[in-house]
Structures are given as structure tokens and as C-alpha cells.
Design a protein around this ligand. Sequence first.
Ligand SMILES: [Zn+2]
Ligand SMILES: [Zn+2]
Ligand SMILES: [Zn+2]
Ligand SMILES: [Zn+2]
Ligand SMILES: [Zn+2]
Ligand SMILES: [Zn+2]
Length: 615
Amino acid sequence: MSQQQSEKDKRKEKIKAIVLSLNELFPSISLQTLHQVVLDCNLDEALAIETVIQMCEENGDLLEASIDDEEKEEEHETPECGCDHHDHEEENYEEEEEIEYNEDDIVGEEHYFDDDIGEQVDESAFVEVVKTREFKTKGELYKVLDTKELLQDQEAEVKTAAETLQLKSKVFVECMLKEYQWNTEKLIRDYGDLGLDALLTKCGLNPDFKKSCSSSTIGTCDACYSDDVPLYAYDMCGHVFCRTCWKEYIVNHVKTAMNDNTVKCMDYSCKTTLTETFMLSQLDPKEDKELFEKFFQRKIDSYVGSSYRLKWCPNPGCDGPYAIKKLCDESLYIAQCKCGEECCFQCDKDPHFPCSCDVYKRFLTIAQDDFASKEFIHRTSQQCNKCKRIIFKDVGCNHINCVCGHEFCYICGSEYTSYVHAETVCAPKTVKTSEDIKLFSAAEELYGRFVSLYRRHNQWLEEHKRTGHYRLEIANYKEKFFHIRPTKDLKFLLDSFRNIYRCRRLLRSCYAFAYIHFGFDTLKIKFNTTKKSEKEFLMLETYGYLFNDHLSRLEDYTSDLLLNLDAILNLSLDERDFRSRITTMQGKSHLITNTQKNIIDFINTSFDMKEISYK
Ligand SMILES: [Zn+2]
Ligand SMILES: [Zn+2]
Ligand SMILES: [Zn+2]
Ligand SMILES: [Zn+2]
Ligand SMILES: [Zn+2]
Ligand SMILES: [Zn+2]
């Protein structure tokens, strides 16, 4: 009996939780109505939201006044969810109606325009989910630095390493870090393994070097062969050249953006690293002011270019320059620059979860070069040498009579001169096994759809990246309507756009993932007919269907959201219509957040992302 009681309590708790979350989304609809919808939908939150949205669309009055009891009865008699538990719910209803809703939890209409209420849609929620799911790391994953901060950051790196290695000369430490591509951990490890002297030698530095005054002598310069000129020695190795030659050498280095990280001594056989102090001492601060600036610019470039943790923002229109510094050791698949651009730190492309960089690259080759259809044609067809028509043949004789009159062999493509075209004289250009043909036609049929869906989203995303269309439209709208529409709603429009953008980006890479993972790879298993792979295939196929199901949900919600956004931006709506659209959008946004979470959960639980290795 008590167990039954606790079951009932649990159910009540659940109903209450769903009703309250619906109340947040639809604050103008009465709790009784929401409560009833939740029961009608058998406690399915997603279904309940859809039902309420539908109700709002069908009956705009709902938004202004909550329906009274008679109407509620009507609603109840014609449930929209079509579930078959209504009689049962009916019996429990009296009892369950007793649920008390805490007033603090309820979002009422009077609060609706209050800007203090938290955002309805947490735009960063999705990014957060991806981050935590993918990396399971707490704390900052990356930071964005401008040029000034980069110099400070570099100094800080040098300082930390110098302290750990207990070295006084920061100039030396900087040279070593450059040699180690700013991988401090590796430098410290090698310090432990090799000892200081060997480490310094490895980095082109002289361990016995004690700072001494740069001595000048008179003699012949080995670089320009001028006689009786003052020669200056680089103390670390003792090589001497005239001032003009040293300067030319260093200026050359500063001016030409070479990729080498450290600058070596001018003597061609000498591997000694020139320190920054020495190089700067060869320049005149007054005369070479421009060169000094260039020198520091070069220093930053070389820092970003050589550090495996740093990368310039890949956005060509970035208002920085800003560099992204990776703080975590794991791969960083999504990072956002201060200019707003989001990218994959590893490969510079747009974020592409759930694809790995390799899988995404592999898919892009397919999508861009129309690889799939070319490969398909190549594998399953033959081309007439005379008129260049592509001929497909499923069954039947290999003797092809082309419409142009040319007769040729389907296997090797050569002209059919004799009816005894035996296998001995036939030398196939490409081997077309029936397995290949089956595989590619199956892949094309099942998963070619993914490629076209990918392209649809890609086109939209690229178009927007280029034109910034929606951002402009929304800005115009704000300017035009700021006096009659609540600020909160205007902000919500931009949030919704961001939401749509991210959804389409997620969908785009999900289709790429599905094509590679459920397409070719699944089919390869299918045509490999061992018992084990048969099982694997069935499992993958099921996953494929489930995944597709999630994606089409997200497709629907996203296009609904976009449809309403378009309507608000392009049609002159009256207040009631505007409000109804906003409410619909809020509902859809909530569904989108849930679906995104489901997709990410699905991927993370169905596949061990680390174990998927593509070659
Ligand atoms: Zn010289
Ligand atoms: Zn030297
Ligand atoms: Zn940027
Ligand atoms: Zn990547
Ligand atoms: Zn022909
Ligand atoms: Zn032949």
C-alpha cells in the first residue's frame, strides 16, 4: 500500500515538474489547462509542448485569457495526443488535481514583460553540452588573446619555465622554448632526462658561455671579404663578422617571414642560436624604428606559429587579430573568437561535432567533388568511346549496342568486333564486381539523401556567413519596432537566429557523420558476410534509423522556428499574431534544446567516440 502511495507521489512530482516547466514557456496559459494537457499527453513533455503550441495556433484567445472550465472539459473530451489512457487518467484526475503549485515557481502574465526573468532560451547551453560531453574537463578550455596579451602570455610562459628549471637567464629559456615549440612540459621532461648542459647544447646554446663584453677586433670579414674593418663577435660561439653583415643578416630575417623558429649564427657550419638580446643590439633604436616594430610583430607571429597551443582566428574578417590559446590537453573541437566566429581548433574548419576532423575532411571530399556519384558511375557503368554516353547495365549480355551505333564490350570498354570476345582477350580497365555495384547502388540509394541534406544546410550556412542576411534583417527590425515591441522579445529574435544557425550547423555535420558512418561503413559490413559482421550490421542499421529519427525531429523544429522568424521579420503582424508567433517560437526553442541534448546523448552513448577510427 505504501509502495503504491510513493508511486503516486512520484507521479504527482513528475506532473508538477512538467506543468511548471510548461508554465515557464507559456506563462499566459492557466495552470489547470497545462495540467490537463500534461495528463492528456501521458506525461510526455515534448508532446505536451507541441499540443500547447497547436492549441495556441488554433485558438489565439488562449494567450489573452485562460480558458474557463467548460472549455477545458471540451478540450479534455477531444484530446489531441491520441493516447489510449484517458479513462484511466479520468479516474485519477480528481485526486491529482490537488497538486499544489508553489507561487514562487509560477511565471504569471504580470511578470511576462519583466526583463529580470532569466532568458527563455539559453543560447550557450548547446555549446556547453558539446564541450562537457566531449572533453569531460572542468575549467577553462581556451582563451582568446590580442597581440599585447600574447606578448604578456609569452613572458609568463618563459617565467614559469625559468622558475621550474631554476635558470636565471630568461634569454636562454626563451631560446629553448622556441626550440621546443613552447611545449614547456616536454622541455621540463627532457631537462630531467638529459640534464642542463646537454639540453642547452641541443638547443644551440653554449653551456660554458659566461656573459662577456662584445669585443671588437680589426680584420677581414668572412662574409663580405672587406679588409681592415672592425669585426664583432657573437660571444656564444665566437664567430666574427663586420657590423654591416650582421645587421643585413638580422634585417633579412626580420623582413622575410621565414618559418624557422630560431635564428642561427651567420657562419654556415655553426648551429648556435642567436639570442634576442644579440639581434636587437645590432639594430639602432632610432634609425631602425620600423624594424623594431617588425621585430616584435615577428616575435608574436613566431610565438603563435610555433606554439602547439596557439592559433590565429581563422575568420578572414576577424576584427582582431586575435589568437586562440588552447588550455586543455584534449582535442578542442569548438572555440569561439572575440569576433564571434566559432571554429574547430584542430582543423580550422567550422565546428563539426560529431565528426572527427578526419571524418569531416573525408566527407568534404565526397560532397565537394561529387565523389559519390563519380565513384558510383565509375564503378557501375561503362562509357561509350564514341558518343561518351554513360551506360548502366544490371543483367544480361556484355555486348552493348549504344544508341549511337557503336558496339562495345561492357567489361573492358573496347569495340566489339568479334562475337567471340572471350575473357582471354578482354582486359578490364576497372574490375566491376557485382558486390561493388550492389554496395554503391545501395549506398547511393540509402545515403545519397544525406549528401543532399548536407548540401542544403551547407548552402544556407555559407550564404549567411557571406551576407550576414539575418543579422541585418533583425537589426533593421529592432530599429523599426523598438518602441512597440518589448526589448526582451527583440533580443529573443536574435537568440532564435543563433539557435537556428547552430542547429543547422549540427545537422550539417550529423548528415556527414551519418553518411560516412551509417552509409559506406555499414554497407561494407553488410557485404562482408561473416556471422559477426551480420550482427554488427544489424546493430549499425538500427542505430542509423534511430539517429535519423532524432535528426528529422530537429529538422522539423528548426524549420518551424525559422518559418516563424521569417514571418515576424517579413510580414507586418498585429500584436496578437506577433505574440502568438513568439510563444510558438519559445516552445520550439525548448524542444530544440531537448532534441540537441538527445542527439548528443545518443552519439555519446551509442559510440565510443575515441574508438571510432577512420582511415
Ligand atoms: Zn662583412
Ligand atoms: Zn657561430
Ligand atoms: Zn576572430
Ligand atoms: Zn576539426
Ligand atoms: Zn555511343
Ligand atoms: Zn571486353
